[in-house]
Design a protein around this ligand. Sequence first.
Ligand SMILES: Cc1cc2nc3c(=O)[nH]c(=O)nc-3n(C[C@H](O)[C@H](O)[C@H](O)COP(=O)(O)O)c2cc1C
Length: 424
Amino acid sequence: MKLKRIVLGVTGGVAAYKAAELARLLVKDGIDVQVVMSAAARHFVGAATFQAITGHPVFSDLWDERVVDTPPDPALPAGSPPEGAKKHLGRPGAFLVSGMAHIDLTRGADAILVAPASADFLAKLVHGRADDLLSTLCLARDCPLLVAPAMNRQMWEAPATRRNVAQLSSDGVTVLGPDSGEQACGEVGFGRMLEPDALLDALEARFQPKRFAGLKVVITAGPTFEAIDAVRGLTNPSSGKMGYAVARAALEAGAEVTLISGRTCLPPPRDARFMPVVSAQDMLTVVESVVDDADIFISVAAVADYYVLNPSEQKIKKDAHILTLELAPNPDILAGISSREKPPFCVGFAAESENIEEYAELKRRRKHLPLIVANDVKEAVGSDSVRLILLDEAGRHVLEKADKQTQARLLVAHIAELYNTRYQ
Ligand SMILES: Cc1cc2nc3c(=O)[nH]c(=O)nc-3n(C[C@H](O)[C@H](O)[C@H](O)COP(=O)(O)O)c2cc1C
């Protein structure tokens, strides 16, 4: 589901300054954002910042007057004053309205996200308090509520906060984070608000359909590295971005995910079981140790086809001679898994530099895969966006160029469809 409109609640904590970046990311993502601040939040960051970023006036007070740009009743002709309108503002269709902000602001919203959520605000939510606009909106909502706590580590660890967070979770509120790390007060521990990009991801994840609910998915990602000597090796420029995006999309879809990854610079997805490896042989060993009870195996890793026979334990010294490396073929991890008697549902990736679809389809048939994802090596490796061609028994399905997270979500939807047709 694509989020269209959210109410972003900002409460009184130092992390309120990060809410401005969060608002910017949400707007950039095409989401209409209405900011509601607690009175304390206004001590930390100015409403004008949010107003400029979101293009909407910011509300704080239950008794605020609001600017309404279009009549709320579509039955009325455009330009008619909405109910409760006090004053026409001169701009076509813009009226000053007072009254039901505590209900109206969340009508039509897909979610309320409170970030940062102060310890005080969590306590208020638990007790169903409604003594300011934001808490009243939360109580009167008919959409999901997500909170991103941010506070000093002792406030977070306090028994009252622990009780409050447990209660909110059991009331169906989604609690995002917090993270651990250095805090504004100089202490180190749990209580830091998740970073704005992580909050955006978590928000979007919350609204993805749970197509993989109850399924175990094993994913390989990144490059492998075959040692030549103590410091050098054969590898490739795979960044791991596609495999990590697939892991995130599978998590969002409700799967239990194991991500087996060669060396990359990426942070592993928070909720995946993460198993780092170096060489193709390592990857094979780890895949075999976990794949037995997997429902789906997605091989995204760029596995080296060859390894170096007899790598030197010490760094090879430079001299004027030609150095000859002897290479031997690596095991084909995907073919090994897909040729098992009872294989998981296997999905391969084929990055080719020529005859992309033809070579990918040959690979799919040779390895007996229900689905292979073909992409152009020049465009795909290391980049943030890519065009994918999904090849299966029914033919080809083109996913026009888009960012890798979007592609990963579409791929997960396609896999779920094939998986359900086959097994349900
Ligand atoms: C400088 C300063 C920093 C604060 N930082 C936090 C914080 O990070 N998290 C928190 O829960 N409370 C923090 N507080 C306390 C809240 O601002 C206070 O509990 C306030 O009543 C919260 O109101 P609200 O929940 O309506 O926004 C801080 C207070 C001050 C003065």
